[in-house]
Design a protein around this ligand. Structure first.
Ligand code: G3H
Ligand code: 13P
Ligand code: ZN
Length: 307
């Protein structure tokens, strides 16, 4: 068992009409929860690392912990750089042993995004690494860049972009956004855009960012134990199921992990203010994240028994 690219995973997911969960990892507990959840469901999984996570934990620690997870569970894992901001950031991840990188040039103008993405594709492919690119902008916060309003992906441009850059997958903007506050009114995704791209590029894997469901139960639990989160809203499960059954092969989730973790840590302290053993509150968080990952695999991604 080994670190693998997403190539084979995406091919099987596309043909099987399911999607692979890409979960953001920041520490040992999250890694263990995600891989143990994937193993229990016999599901492929992608572990992704943002530049913030890279700064927090360090690329070497993260890669070594992921190697430990592979040894411990015996499953193949893809290790992916989330929202790489430059060729240098992608090179750093590739040199650290990542098998997949995202180059996020979505905030550049179109021609510049094409040019920079092509550079990353050339370098990554020469090292056997696959590249996810992005076209269109999600509302909300994309790493350090605050994008106030989303710009939906233009299907004709997406087709041209994929053909000219040679990227291996493409993140598109159809109405999702990062973080816990995705919709002020009714949740709505532009499935017509996805359909048009899927029809023009059959077999090509599409990626959906900002896909956390923001379960009201975790918000309530956070608030019951001293949190102050209001107005949070995520992507409904039926929309994600629909995307998984279409050309979407990778679904990114981070906020849901953060909420599950925070809710459970708060509960441990709320129920027992005398507690100060980190294993008690981090252990509770780990258990809840594994349950969350298994629920996602069963109810949203449809990737159970696909290993
Ligand atoms: O897309 C953003 C992910 O949720 C990662 O967030 O940059 O705070 O680690 P982060
Ligand atoms: P969420 O904020 O919806 O979890 O999205 C995470 C993401 O897209 C990471 O790239
Ligand atoms: Zn993202």
């Amino acid at each position: 068992m080994a670190l693998v690219t997403t190539k084979e995973m995406f091919k099987k997911a596309y043909e099987g009409h399911y999607a692979i969960g890409a979960f953001n990892i920041n520490n040992m507990e999250i890694i263990q929860a995600v891989v143990n959840g994937a193993k229990a469901q016999k599901s492929p999984v992608i572990l992704q690392v943002s530049s913030g996570a890279m700064k927090y934990a360090g690329a070497t620690y993260l890669r070594k912990m992921v190697e430990a997870a592979i040894e411990d569970t015996g499953i193949d894992i893809a290790l992916h750089l989330d929202h790489g901001a430059s060729l240098d950031a992608c090179k750093e991840a590739i040199n650290a042993g990542f098998t997949s990188v995202m180059f996020d040039g979505s905030h550049y103008d179109y021609e510049e995004n094409v040019r920079l993405t092509k550079e990353v594709v050339e370098y990554a492919h020469s090292k056997g690494v696959v590249v996810e690119a992005e076209l269109g902008q999600l509302a909300g916060i994309e790493d350090d860049v605050n994008v106030e309003h989303s710009t939906y992906t233009e299907p004709k441009q997406a087709i041209d972009f994929v053909q000219r850059t040679g990227c291996d997958s493409l993140a598109i903007a159809i109405g999702t956004s990062h973080g816990a506050f995705k919709f002020t009114g009714e949740a709505k995704l532009e499935f017509g855009i996805l359909e048009e791209i899927q029809n023009a590029l059959p077999g090509f894997p599409i990626v959906l960012h900002g896909a956390s469901a923001v379960d009201p139960r975790y918000i309530a639990m956070c608030n019951e134990y001293g949190g102050q989160i209001s107005g949070a809203k995520g992507v409904p499960a039926d929309m994600l199921r629909k995307a998984s059954s279409m050309a979407v092969c990778k679904i990114n989730m981070d906020t849901d992990i953060r909420l599950a973790m925070t809710a459970n840590v708060r509960k441990v302290f709320g129920d027992n203010p005398k507690e100060f053993d980190p294993r008690k509150y981090l252990g509770a968080a780990r258990t809840s994240i594994q349950a969350l990952v298994e629920d996602k695999i069963k109810d949203v991604l449809g990737s159970t028994n696909s290993l």
